[in-house]
Design a protein around this ligand. Structure first.
Ligand code: IFM
Length: 464
């Protein structure tokens, strides 16, 4: 019998799953691909759990046909994947490597043949190492390089892919990559963090224009943001000011220019001791502020903050890994607290109300803009039982709770068009290596055998 919740979604709602190139493809030295910052970072001792790398990952590059067959078996109506920049443009500039693009052409053809809508993300964190050597995202030129790359991929796939995302979670690229250093390229420079954020914004704007110049007008261009739901520990004005600061650094720094054409003045004030923002040049904000066709929201857990009474001791409870360097420039006076409640294997509190809150916020802030949940999911310590089945009732409960929040938001007037579960299958969870399993499909890392978990079967039923 269909679940009454999932049966109540609009008929055209997309039931998808998401992955990203470095997390699943492997084949890092094949067909002309060169290292990205994640190859370099993961091969640097001490940067990832157990020294894990994406060298083989789950070998999707060679197994994509079987993976697409699995998606069809799970009745997915859409699949969100990312293109590996160094596979397509190994030095980050100049002409494309056709054999690299061919992989994505074949993948898209396979999806379309099975009636699964492809959704392409152009950048999910794998900057060609040569561009990092030239300065990386803190350098303005990287934004122009991204626009060139966007045009290349748009031209190659724009005739058969309608859903496009420029960047995935640029917050992580800037603040974890250049601030706390827990992500590639592992730099810890607060000023470079904010420069990187601006150039990612510029890359999004220039990339959007480059895509539109080469693609049919019917295609949708969006960006996927891991917008934070930031809550105060108390109603004390100092705690509310802490919320404002983190909201600016997590959300305003991207939504401001992308949705409204300006950075929040309070962001400039809060970061004045870190940077003077003089790299925001005349015309940049207009370039960033392109009309969007949709907005992608990635949600996992809310944040709980207060003003710091004294110097905070102990690890930061912001859920973004451990580093002696804060990813939050100009916010040393803010303390992160663990939100009460049950947690996933990542230590992230399960709170579907945060997803509802987020959707309603962007329904108000960007009226008329269709929304997609482009990532949502949970890591658990899944293990096969003696019969080889993987039962993950916690993940089913997680998905049910979050889909209920989406459903409630639709009832409250939000225009949510689809949901992409993170992730289709277990994969390389960045600095955590292969230890954290987010997949609806279990991957045996010794044999690379794929086994749908019970959550995958539940989700398939929902999708049907
Ligand atoms: O695995 C990541 C993904 O690459 C980006 N968003 C969060 C996921 C879980 O940490």
């Amino acid at each position: 019998m269909p679940d009454p919740l999932t049966a109540s979604f609009p008929p055209a709602f997309l039931w998808g799953a998401a992955t990203s190139a470095y997390q699943i493809e492997g084949a890092v030295r094949e067909d002309g691909r060169t290292p990205s910052i994640w190859d370099t970072f993961s091969h640097t001792p001490g940067k990832t759990a157990g020294g894990d790398t994406g060298d083989l990952a789950v070998d999707h590059y060679h197994r994509y046909r079987d993976d697409v067959a699995l998606m069809a078996d799970l009745s997915l109506s859409a699949y969100r994947f990312s293109v590996s920049w160094p596979r397509v443009q190994p030095t980050g500039r100049g002409p494309a490597v056709q054999v690299g693009l061919d992989f994505y052409r074949r993948l898209v053809d396979e999806l379309l043949a099975k009636g699964i809508k492809p959704a392409v993300t152009l950048y999910h964190w794998d900057l060609p190492q040569e561009l990092e050597d030239a300065g990386g995202w803190p350098e303005r030129d990287t934004a122009y390089r991204f626009a060139e790359y966007a045009g290349i991929v748009g031209e190659a796939l724009g005739d058969r892919v309608e859903q496009w995302t420029t960047l995935n979670e640029p917050w992580c690229s800037a603040f974890l990559g250049y601030g706390s250093g827990v992500h590639a390229p592992g730099r810890t420079d607060p000023a470079a963090t904010l420069r990187a954020a601006h150039h990612l914004n510029l890359a999004h704007g220039l990339g959007t224009s480059a895509l539109r110049a080469v693609m049919p007008a019917r295609n949708q261009v969006a960006i996927s943001l891991n917008s934070a739901v930031v809550r105060p520990l108390s109603q004390d004005p100092a705690d509310l000011a802490a919320v404002r600061k983190i909201d600016d650094l997590a959300n305003g720094v991207f939504h401001g220019p992308i949705l409204h054409g300006s950075y929040p003045p309070s962001l400039f004030e809060a970061t004045a001791s870190v940077t003077d923002w003089s790299y925001v040049q005349d015309g940049d904000l207009a370039a960033v502020h392109q009309p969007l066709d949709a907005l992608g929201l990635n949600y996992y857990t809310p944040a709980l903050v207060s003003a710091t009474a004294e110097t905070a001791a102990g690890p930061r409870a912001d859920g973004h890994g451990s580093s002696d360097h804060s990813p939050w420039p100009g916010a040393d006076d803010v303390t992160f607290h663990q939100t009460p409640g049950e947690r996933t294997e990542m230590g992230w509190t399960i709170d579907p109300t945060g997803l509802h809150e987020l959707i309603m916020r962007y329904t108000r802030e960007a009226p008329g803009l269709p929304l997609y949940i482009t990532e949502n999911g949970a890591a658990y310590d899944d293990k096969p039982d003696p019969d080889g089945n993987v039962h993950d009732p916690e993940r089913i409960a997680y998905l049910h709770g979050h889909l209920s929040a989406v459903r409630r938001a639709i009832t409250d007037g939000a225009d949510v068009r689809g949901y992409y579960l993170w992730s289709l299958m277990d994969n390389f969870e960045w600095a955590y290596g292969y230890g954290k399993r987010f997949g609806a499909v279990y991957v045996d890392y010794a044999t690379l055998t794929r086994t749908p978990k019970s959550s995958a079967r539940w989700y398939a039923e929902a999708a049907r």
